[in-house]
Design a protein around this ligand. Structure first.
Ligand code: HEM
Length: 73
């Protein structure tokens, strides 16, 4: 199961709120790779992880925490 971007109770930036769409694996990968490129004006203090294998490991870890994880692409 995916979730809409910026749909929690957190006070999100206009940049992330304006993005639209769902946290698919593809969107999550782009966000972690380069938050600024994915959603200009976001306020996540993270420069990005350029290493695709490292991002894949991270996404696999996050998926393992989900009660009903979205099917893998
Ligand atoms: C690899 C590490 C990280 C991952 C995987 C990650 C993941 C995410 C995701 C998926 C969101 C969107 C949440 C949603 O739509 O509900 C988000 C937002 C956010 N994260 Fe991170 N994050 C990371 C590192 C960090 C760090 C280091 C900070 C700050 C010290 C941070 C602060 C924030 C903030 C403030 C937002 C809201 C951004 C906005 O509203 O523009 N994150 N993060």
């Amino acid at each position: 199961m995916t979730r809409k971007i910026a749909s929690g109770s957190f006070g999100y930036s206009d940049g992330l709120k304006g993005k639209g769409g769902e946290w698919t694996y593809d969107n999550l990968d782009h966000w972690i790779a380069n938050p600024r490129a994915f959603a200009a004006g976001n306020k996540m203090t993270f420069a990005g992880d350029k290493d695709a294998a490292s991002r894949a490991d991270l996404i696999a870890y996050l998926r393992a925490q989900a009660a009903s994880p979205a099917p893998l692409p």
